[in-house]
Design a protein around this ligand. Sequence first.
Ligand code: N0T
Length: 534
Amino acid sequence: ACLLTATAAPAAEAPRLVTRDGRHALLVDGKPFLILGAQAHNSSNYPAALKPVWDAARDLKANTVLMPVAWEQVEPEEGRFDFSFVDTLVREARQQGKRLVILWFGTWKNTSAQYTPAWVKLDPKRFPFNVDRDGVANYSLSPFGQETLKADKRAFVALMGHLKKIDAGQRTVLMVQVENEVGTYGLVRDFGPAAQAAFEQPVPAAVVARQKPKLAASGTWREVYGDYADEYFHAWAIARYIGEIAAAGRAVYDLPMYVNNALRNPLEQPPKPWNKDFASGGPTWDVIDIYKAAAPALDIVSPDIYSPESEQVNANLRLFQRPDNPLWIPEIGTKPSYARLLYAMLGRGAIGVSPFGIDYFNYSNHPLGSTATDKSLVEPFEPVYRMFAPIQRQWAQWAFEGRTRGAGEGDDRKPQQLEFPGWTAKLTYRLGSFGEPAWGGEFAKPAAGTEQPTGGAAIAQIGTDEFLVIGQRVRVRMEPAEGTRGFQLRVEQGHYDAQGRWVMERVWNGDQVDYGLNLPAQPVMLKVRMARPR
Ligand code: N0T
């Protein structure tokens, strides 16, 4: 019996988030894991719809699939649960060698009630909508619907209990998203009687302690937050609702949980009071503190990136990456122009990224994403995943240690700089690539294929004077930090083998390094050793 106990496989350790020195890692089987995600289309959550998802995820070289599980499908009749899709999903994911992130489409999906079961939709008395100042019902369910909260929570707890039963020994499911893009369009908050009564109460101390700017140290929502009171109140009401669901789910099966956000303009600084320009009450960057205060069971507030301008993307990355909030991007449009920005996300130390609509279902969410529904959909992203997939564990570890930086070519095509202790990486774009003119400091005309920005690089400082450079369509010049002396000693092109050992393919020297390292259209991996003159 003793022997048997000793050799029995230990239950896999639960995925969890850890934070050190303001940086984060998702531990999977006890070690940092980088999610190279693929999110399926909204209606692919049925067994017969899975094959085009697996095919696209495989072509992309994703390690994780993000898949909705809808309240309407797991509880078609009140109190009768059907998790057969979840069983198929988890079983096939294992066969495909993929991990999963489950998206709970419950009370709110893109703010609407469309994924609630019919018995919820048909009973607005029991499951009330938000109402406006005149008492007219809005399309979105009220966070003050006590019965709605109870029912959603019960279904979510049943889902988590089921996941525990089928997956606690294997941990195929890494995280759970609770609801999808919550908030309300067109109405700043619920004005129903329960909401109004709460609005006139003092702001909870946990919120006042975190959320700024404030006009007073205590008081009602209006007294403390003035013109922002309605939006902040709605954020608090929704956060509390989701937080309660998440906490109940985690009590049954403790997985990392997060919410995603349809963004407000990150460049509007300071942010103006809500003016119908985004979903009020959603976890926009300006109310992350309210979500942290009201929903401690949610680990992450994450951005869904659908504004392709590089300035917008970079601003969102900055705003959602905080010592109290890991950077996790569960949705990125599939327009090819987003691919280069993965270098910025992964270089900054995101715990993961996921283009949305990686699925050969015959549907395209253009203009948010690509027009393609075949293999050309994944082609712009695959080269980046191809580079990171073999080293995803190592990269996540380096990121957790603060060794990584990254950038995607800006819409302005301008040079960029990445600063490391002792060294600076200078990036320039619009260069020739292999087979095209790449010699010299200046180019008569930019190379074909650089009409649109497609360049980017992610760099890890793997030793004091040593770097791993991954990138495409960029010239990288490593230089000593200002006021110091140093030079490039050796540049190797290569890859890591399955055991994580570096395999050198060739040494770059001569023309290949004289003016900087010209990373071609197809990404390469370089190990760069710098040195200081003795
Ligand atoms: C996303 C997706 C899916 C620049 C849209 C994006 C997904 C949801 N919503 O295909 O519905 O489930 O999370 C909203 C984009 C806002 C428009 C940004 C304009």
